[in-house]
Design a protein around this ligand. Structure first.
Ligand code: HEM
Length: 490
């Protein structure tokens, strides 16, 4: 056999192999993209999650779409999202850091960071929040105290219709504040009001079309008013947080840990000299981690609670069942976390509120950490991935009636609470929400306490049918600002 023969045989083998393997492992399917614009005209940017959910019915549970020049792989349906985020957790577990996120956080903190810094900050935040009682006593006391303030605030209206948005935002923000800084703020404090308003504005601006355009074409940045507003908001928020951190630094006693910021500073103090240089415990990480916990922990919980009250006004028969259970099991004493196991209907309603409201419909974008094969498709390292939580929480093969508000989704035939695997509002895997236990505790205590004290109705002259459940779309899905009556029950 000549050398030339061997060469030809090897070449043929190589060609056969590459043809065969590229046939076996294609890229995910998807609508044909246009030059420059990609599939921008085939999706509805105003309700992107719905529009991608619809595309999954044509292209299957793993498909790709182009936003301008950027390719995004979409994961749809409970089985697929679970398989990617849990079974291939490391490969799907990086966060996408778009130009706007880089402008805002420069890779510090937890939400929008990757690598060792992210890992260390996430681990530290989880363990510190756990020490401060996420799932234990201290957070419970903080939340119960805040319930009292929220109830007082709502009582002021004497059953007249009012917009509950601000009061609920302040209550949720105060819980994080007490954990981060060891103190709560008066709802009337203008500095606090500004902090909360700014965070809301930031979340709204992040979801606007011009910011999405900026992420695709960053050189346009300074021309966008929304970009300039976002930068200004960020600067002001960080300045407020820096002041609060500086006050705690000045009064720090390493023997007494009052809050999350103290825990960070004490941890930093305990580093050996040779560890300091390469440590992730530096001022930027403290600042941005605190900022992240505020941003991620306030709007999400507050928005879910607002949806909850709106659903109660819309579905009064469900509200009556919750109140009947609360009266029977708890009576007029303070509701506590340990009551949850005896309140299966209330628990089921809260879970259904989270499922139906679907406030984080596409989680936060991930990226792949290396080239990988998923469900037979090749996906390159660094590809943006959307875990479509809408398609999990509304998966027709998982839920009996995904498109109606139906608490029995979480009840068995005997009326006992049941967990459902496809209940995934906090996402799953490596980047799953780290505030899940705290959020669940807040939702339970706030919701149950409010329904113990008040009956929620639409304003006079507005029927239940007219209560508008269409969301405002931003980074999260929030209810339109509307007025409800909180009529005292006790
Ligand atoms: C991430 C949902 C409350 C802190 C996330 C993600 C979702 C989510 C969907 C993205 C997961 C992913 O990318 O796959 C929610 C919901 C909440 C809530 C529905 C309330 C009802 C909270 C609270 C805190 C918090 C109270 C803080 C104490 C975070 C952080 C991340 C995160 C730091 C980023 C995790 C990482 O990238 O490693 N959350 N969240 N969340 N959440 Fe929450």
């Amino acid at each position: 056999v000549s050398l030339f023969g061997v060469f030809v045989a090897l070449l043929l083998l190589h060609l056969l192999h590459s043809t065969f393997s590229s046939q076996k492992r294609p890229e995910p399917p998807g609508p044909r993209p246009l030059p420059v614009f990609g599939n921008l005209f085939q999706v509805d940017l105003k309700r992107l999650d719905q529009s991608l959910f619809n595309l999954s019915k044509t292209y299957g549970p793993v498909f790709q779409v182009y936003f301008g020049p950027k390719k995004v792989v979409v994961l749809a349906g409970y089985r697929t999202v679970k398989e990617a985020l849990l079974n291939q957790a490391d490969e799907f577990g990086n966060r996408e850091i778009t130009p706007i996120l880089n402008d805002l956080t420069q890779g510090h903190g937890i939400l929008f960071s990757n690598g060792d810094s992210w890992k260390e900050m996430r681990r530290f935040a989880l363990s510190t929040l756990r020490d401060f009682g996420m799932g234990r006593k201290m957070s419970e006391e903080i939340i119960i105290e805040e319930c009292g303030y929220l109830i007082k605030e709502m009582e002021q209206y004497g059953g007249e219709a009012f917009n509950n948005t601000q009061a609920i935002n302040y209550a949720a923000s105060n819980v994080i504040s007490a954990l981060m800084f060891g103190k709560r703020f008066e709802y009337k404090d203008p500095v606090f009001q500004n902090m909360v308003e700014r965070d809301n504005e930031t979340i709204h601006l992040m979801g606007t079309a011009s910011i999405m355009m900026y992420d695709l074409f960053p050189w346009l940045g300074p021309f966008f008013k929304n970009w300039r507003n976002l930068m200004k908001n960020n600067e002001d928020s960080l300045a407020d947080l820096k002041k609060l951190i500086a006050d705690l630094k000045e009064t720090l006693d390493p023997e007494i840990c009052r809050c999350f910021v103290d825990a960070f500073l004490i941890r930093k103090k305990h580093l050996k000299d040779d560890e300091v240089k390469n440590s992730h415990y530096h001022d930027e990480n403290l600042l941005y981690t605190v900022d992240d916990l505020f941003a991620a922990g306030t709007d999400t919980t507050a928005t879910t609670l607002k949806w909850g009250l709106l659903y109660m006004a819309k579905f009064p028969h469900i509200q009556r069942c919750v109140q009947e259970e609360l009266s029977r099991v708890v009576g007029s004493r303070q509701v506590r976390i340990e009551d949850r196991k005896n309140l299966p209907y209330t628990d089921a309603v809260i879970h259904e509120i989270q499922r139906f409201a679907n406030i984080a419909p596409m989680a936060l974008p991930h990226t792949t950490s290396n080239d990988l094969t998923f469900q037979g498709y090749v996906v390159k390292e660094g590809t943006t991935v959307f875990p479509l939580l809408t398609s999990v929480l509304y998966d027709e093969s998982e839920w009996e009636s995904p498109h109606s508000f139906n608490p029995p989704h979480f009840l068995n035939d005997e009326g006992k609470f049941i967990r459902r695997d496809a209940f995934m509002p906090f996402s799953a895997g490596r980047r799953a929400c780290l505030g899940e236990s705290l959020a669940k505790m807040e939702l339970f205590l706030f919701f149950a306490s409010l329904l113990q004290h008040f009956h929620f109705t639409p304003p006079p002259g507005v029927s239940e049918d007219e209560v508008d459940l269409k969301p405002v779309v931003g980074l999260t899905l929030t209810p339109k600002p509307q007025r409800l009556c909180a009529v005292h029950r006790l």
